[in-house]
Design a protein around this ligand. Structure first.
Ligand code: HEC
Length: 155
């Protein structure tokens, strides 16, 4: 058994892989935790876009997996990351979120609904339908970013 495999089996990889500079610290602020949610969305949405646009080779199983990851992550209760008092700091979240919380939450609900549909459509395997639903999902990201995400960090 190789050393790495041994460490993985023994559950020691974390200690080995993260000696310094771990992303998530116990003192991690909410702003950073909520950004992790969106980073995970980007991590699947980006390559799905590449597949839909033909920049990388189409593969049904891989697309289905990403779509199901996106739908799964979308349901995570990121609302907690926008608790009152987290308007400031290292963030691209616009202050309007805390003034229009209902609308922000409605946009989050739109996104979750469309991401859920994308996972179902992907499972059916019809590429034209998948592309259309991918576009519909992307529109819900954009609708929220247009109103509530700034391009640059606001300190
Ligand atoms: C309901 C609103 C909303 C929706 C829907 C939404 N976003 Fe965002 N997104 C934000 C906000 C607000 C931020 C900035 C968070 C911060 O900096 O605190 C953000 C940040 C990001 C970031 C930067 C994360 C980082 O590491 O700082 C990425 C990438 C991202 N979003 C991708 C997406 C993708 C892809 C989708 C759709 C699949 C999506 N978002 C849907 C509001 C939204």
């Amino acid at each position: 058994m190789s050393l790495i495999r041994y460490l993985a089996v023994a559950g020691l990889t974390v200690a080995v892989a993260l000696p310094t500079g771990a992303h998530i610290e116990k003192t991690e602020p909410m702003q950073s935790l909520r950004q992790s949610y969106f980073a995970l969305l980007g991590m699947t949405f980006g390559p799905m876009a590449d597949m839909v646009k033909g920049k990388i080779e189409w593969d049904d199983a891989t697309f289905q997996r990403w779509a199901s990851d996106l739908a799964g992550v979308s349901g995570y209760q990121v609302e907690r990351g926008f608790a009152p008092g987290t308007e400031e700091g290292m963030t691209r979240a616009k202050p309007e979120i805390w003034l229009n919380t209902e609308d922000f939450n409605a946009k989050l609900a739109d996104f979750r609904r469309e991401a859920g549909k994308l996972a179902s459509v992907a499972a059916e395997g019809d590429r034209a339908a998948i592309s259309a639903q991918f576009g519909a999902t992307g529109k819900t990201c954009k609708a929220c970013h247009d109103e509530y995400k700034s391009k640059d960090y606001l300190y």
